[in-house]
Design a protein around this ligand. Sequence first.
Ligand code: UT7
Length: 336
Amino acid sequence: MYNSKITGLGYFVPENVVTNDDLSKIMDTNDDWIQERTGIQERRHVKRQGGETTTSMGVKAAKIAIERSGIDKDDIDFIVFATLSPDYYFPGPGVLVQRDLGIKTVGALDVRNQCSGFVYGVSVADQYIKSGMYKNVLVIGSEVHSKGMDFTTRGRSVSVIFGDGAGAAVLSREENKNKGILSTHLHSEGQHAEELALLAPGMGGRWVNDIVSDNDPNDESYLPVMNGQFVFKNAVVRFSEVIMEGLAKNSLKPTDIDLLVPHQANLRISQFIQKKFGLSDDQVFNNIMKYGNTTAASIPIALTEAWESGKVKEGDLVVLAAFGSGFTWGSVIIRW
Ligand code: UT7
C-alpha cells in the first residue's frame, strides 16, 4: 500500500562532558586504553541531582524531530519509545512522552531491545504506516546510563563505554514505493541473554524487596554485566549478516551504500564492518568519539548529525544496523 519515510530527525545530549581523563581520576583507567579499545574520547552524563531524565531528553529530541517534519504534534498517530533505562520500571516512558508533549491519547509502545531498540522501533513504525493504519509515528531512543553504572575500578570495563543522550525520528506515509524505508530485518538469540545484561529486579524471583532487605553492600545485581570479547565477536558477525540480508532483499550490493549508520558500540566494530564491505570513510558515520555508546539513542543521534552535516541527500541509500544485548540485532534499508 504505502512506504514510510523519515521526515524529521532530532537529538539532545546533556551539556556535561566527561572526558577519559575525568574518568581516570575516579577509577584505574586511562585515555590510551579507552581510545585504543573503543575510539571513545568523551561522553555526556546528566547531572546527578535534578538533571535530565530518559523521558525529558527524549521529549527534547522529539520536539526537534516533529518541528523538522513539518507536522503538528496533533498529527502524531502513535509513539514508540526504545530504552533500557526508563524513568520508572513501569509505566515505560512512551506514556510520559504522550503526557509531556501534550499529544492526544494515541497509543504509546515501549520497546526493550537495548542497542537494537531504535531499529526495532523503526520497524514497528514502518509496518503500521505500510499497512495504512497510521500516517505519522514518533520513534524515540533515549538513555540515562550514568546513574546505573559502577564508576569504581570494578565497573571500568562497562562504565567507560556508555553515555547519556536521546534521538528521535518522525516516520510519515510515503506514496512512492521506491522511496523511504525499503525493508527492515530483525533477529534475536536469547541463548546469550546473560552475556550482556542487568539482572535485577527479577533475578530468578529475587525482586527489589529481597535486595533491599538483604542490604548487602557487595550486591551487584543492579550493575550491568558484559562479556566484552564475546559480545564483540558476535557483533561483527551479526552486523555483517544483517546488512547483507537487507541489501540482498533489495537486490543491492555493499558498493551501493551511500551511508552506513551503525549503532555506535565500538569504533573498532564500525571499522571492521567498513573494511569488510570495502566502504570509504565518507560512507560510514561514526560519532562514538564524542558520545560513547548511547544504546537505543546512538543511531538516531548519529543519523541526525549525519543529516545536519549534509551527509544524507535525497536519493541516497542509507543503511542502519544494530547489535546488542539479548542478543538482538537488525537493519533498516532506506532510499532517502
Ligand atoms: O552496544 C552493546 C554491545 N557492546 C559491545 O559491542 C561491546 C563489545 N566489546 C568491546 O567493545 C570490548 O570487548 C571492550 C571495549 C568492552 C573491552 O575491550 P577488550 O579488548 O575486549 O578488553 P578486555 O575486556 O579483554 O580487557 C583487557 C584488559 C583486562 O586486563 P587484564 O586482565 O588483561 O590484566 C581488563 O581488566 O583491560 C582491562 N580493562 C581496563 N583497563 C583500563 C578493562 N577495562 C579497562 C579500563 N581501563 N576501562
